[in-house]
Design a protein around this ligand. Structure first.
Ligand SMILES: Cc1cc2nc3c(=O)[nH]c(=O)nc-3n(C[C@H](O)[C@H](O)[C@H](O)COP(=O)(O)OP(=O)(O)OC[C@H]3O[C@@H](n4cnc5c(N)ncnc54)[C@H](O)[C@@H]3O)c2cc1C
Length: 276
């Protein structure tokens, strides 16, 4: 849609061209969200396309994803066979129903938008990802995925700060993962997302939970929990009162669905290796 309040568009090729960040400015990545609804607070779009930040790099140390990297590229790369955990990120792409969004939207943009139903955030949590945040003045800081999103549409990003790079360590990509997402309509907004990662060597388990709460949560287990321990941990970390409630579902329903998805996801993550 036409954004009537936007009066300037800028595509810098160097970060230092930007200067001090001004009120009304916004970073433009894939634009799939920005152009989907009115943005009356935005007057200037700073397109990051010219900055050369679209890398997707595989090294022995891990996976590096640049700010401009489009989601669908995650499906195209030849990953090491032992990177079983990569399917958590690939599922996050598949779970976005529209191929148009998959081919335009960036992974970083999805994280910065910080929707409760964001498909990538729970996957980043269980993979122990970290983010490089870069300010227009060139200073940067490294933060963990677990601290990045603080609420619905809220992150720790400061004005003008950009999520420059996502880093996923190789060791975490060797965990077995399972991705579960439930919504009422096939292509609707998720009521709950559960991503489980299981380390077959240490028997540690990490569960990333999204959509049922305003910001994603991470629950860790060591060793593998039985059903009672799983349910107790859910009740402790996410009581029903923390769950979202709206016209789609009550908090109680979202909580219950999350419990079921946790049980399914853990079982599937563990059995995955047995099937090979
Ligand atoms: C109809 C519709 C339904 C959707 N449903 C879902 C859904 O169910 N689940 C889901 O996960 N997503 C959903 N999305 C969101 C979609 O995934 C996002 O549009 C996309 O992920 C955002 O990426 P983008 O690159 O297009 O970002 P843009 O639209 O360009 O930007 C989104 C926001 O993030 C900021 N931003 C972008 N990149 C950065 C960066 N690197 N650093 C700092 N700030 C940045 C922008 O300034 C802007 O505020 C939906 C979108 C639409 C239009």
């Amino acid at each position: 849609m036409d954004l009537h309040s936007v009066t300037a568009y800028w595509q810098p090729t160097q970060l230092n061209e930007i200067g001090p960040w001004q009120p009304g400015w916004a970073w433009l990545a894939g634009g799939t969200w920005l152009f989907s609804e009115p943005q009356p607070q935005i007057t200037t779009l700073i397109d990051m396309q010219g900055l050369g930040w679209s890398e997707l790099e595989i090294t022995v140390e891990g996976l590096s994803i640049g700010a401009g990297c489009v989601m669908s590229r995650l499906l195209e790369m030849p990953y090491p066979d032992r990177w079983t955990g990569i399917t958590a990120l690939q599922s996050a792409v598949h779970e976005l129903a529209s191929f148009k969004v998959q081919n335009m939207a960036t992974i970083a943009g999805n994280l910065c938008l910080a929707l409760p139903a964001g498909t990538f955030a729970p996957a980043m949590l269980v993979l122990g990802a970290s983010y490089e945040l870069l300010s227009p003045d060139g200073t940067s800081r490294q933060v963990s995925a677990a601290t990045f999103q603080t609420g619905a549409r809220r992150t720790i990003l400061r004005p003008g700060e950009v999520l420059r790079k996502i880093w996923v360590p190789a060791a975490n990509l060797e965990w077995r993962v399972n991705y579960q997402r439930l919504c009422i309509a096939a292509f609707g907004i998720a009521l709950s997302i559960v991503v489980t990662a299981y380390n077959p060597r240490t028997h540690q388990v990490r569960v990333g939970i999204g959509a049922c709460v305003p910001a994603p949560r991470l629950i860790e287990f060591d060793p593998v929990p039985d059903d009672n321990a799983l349910i107790a941990a859910l009740n402790t970390h996410i009581p029903v009162s923390d769950c979202l409630a709206d016209e789609l579902a009550s908090a109680l329903y979202r909580h219950h669905v999350t419990q079921v998805l946790m049980q399914r996801s853990l079982q599937a993550a563990i059995e995955q290796g047995n099937a090979i």
